[in-house]
Ligand binder design. Structure first.
Ligand code: GAR
Length: 268
């Protein structure tokens, strides 16, 4: 019998996606188990959901770390293995030409919080890290320490919009306010940018004239609860491959774009 996929989960809020993943493990849609739930918010209801299932939980108070850094940057303990140059070279969250001080004050306190998170999740080895409504940007410091094999991406995120449209913190709200007639959700692997990683799967739905923003969120979440477990199942079946495609641009130049190929099921 194949080993169960060990899933680590990070949440910031209600954790309905976490619940869908826990349920999908329980009903064998996913051959896996959630081995820890981490949060940046000690009041996240997702933590309560985890405790109800006797899943270990960890909390890192990002807010306090960020506040402390901005009051006095020298008062926080920067991890000894943190290299600003390495992180600057990789990050694509802030524009490369932004003032270094600005990039630094964004990345350093987050890396401090991430070092604490890495330390706290160390007792819980995992195969896949799933962001289920985790509202913090991950820096290259954290990403590189999880994706130890760059060929094997293993941090997934669900985003409440049809990426690359409407990245950021309020996907359904941004879609609705823009006046879109179609909304949706996207599951993707994490890369060094904000919601820019290779797309695994998407689901769309139409926005009707009478729909409120609440209705749009409700329709979207219902799709998320199905889509996320499906993507985790594909990962557990080793059916996701990140490929690099050379894309020709209209200006004659070319660029490399990573994308995900989904392999057919292996007949058992
Ligand atoms: C979900 O809609 C998820 O797509 C979104 O947060 C919500 C979490 O709900 N994630 C993001 O916006 C990430 N940038 P949940 O806590 O009930 O799963």
């Amino acid at each position: 019998m194949k080993k169960k996929l060990r899933i680590g989960c990070l949440v910031s809020g209600g954790g309905t996606n976490l619940q869908a993943i826990i349920d999908a493990c329980a009903d064998h849609t996913i051959h896996g188990k959630v081995v820890f739930v981490g949060s940046d918010n000690s009041n996240a209801f997702g933590l309560t959901r985890a405790k109800e299932q006797r899943i270990s939980t960890v909390v890192v108070d990002y807010e306090a770390i960020l506040r402390q850094y901005h009051q006095n940057p020298k008062s926080v303990r920067v991890p000894p293995d943190f290299s600003l140059d390495a992180v600057l070279a990789r990050q694509s969250i802030l524009p490369k030409d932004a003032p270094v001080e600005k990039i630094k004050s964004f990345l350093v306190p987050r890396a401090v919080a991430e070092a604490e998170l890495l330390e706290k999740i160390k007792p819980f080895p995992f195969d896949l890290l799933v962001l289920a409504g985790f509202m913090r940007i991950l820096t290259p410091y954290f990403i590189d320490r999880v994706n130890t094999d760059p060929e094997n991406l293993r941090i997934m995120n669900i985003h409440p919009a049809l990426l690359p449209a409407f990245p950021g913190t309020d996907g359904y709200g941004d879609t609705f306010r823009y006046g879109c007639k179609v909304a949706g959700c996207t599951v993707h692997f994490i890369d060094y940018g904000e919601d820019t990683g290779p797309i695994i799967a998407q689901r769309a739905f139409s926005i009707q004239e009478k729909d409120t923003l609440e209705k749009v969120r409700e329709k979207g979440l219902r799709l998320e609860w199905k889509l996320y477990p499906e993507c985790i199942r594909l990962f557990s079946e080793n059916r996701l491959r990140v490929v690099r495609n050379t894309v020709l641009l209209s200006n004659g130049q070319s660029m490399i774009k990573s994308a995900v190929r989904i392999l057919p099921p292996v007949d058992s």
